[in-house]
Design a protein around this ligand. Structure first.
Ligand code: ZN
Length: 68
């Protein structure tokens, strides 16, 4: 059996031709991943706000009022 060179393959099935690619994602998925990452960040922020809830929000509103 001949061993092929390790072919990087994106989870979507595309073969990654860029040898410098370190993410293991094709450019398309990388964009998606970036968008998803941003989404997760926003989500995490939302969860944080829910968890630590009002206090941070109240504080922020307080600050906003002071600035105004
Ligand atoms: Zn992909």
């Amino acid at each position: 059996m001949m061993k092929k060179n390790k072919v990087k393959e994106c989870p979507c099935g595309r073969i990654i031709t860029d040898p410098k690619n370190k993410t293991g994602l094709c450019p398309r998925c990388q964009k998606k991943a970036n968008a998803a990452g941003a989404g997760v960040g926003i989500l995490a922020f939302g969860v944080g706000v829910k968890k630590y809830g009002g206090k941070i929000l109240e504080g922020a509103i307080d600050i906003a009022r002071k600035i105004k």
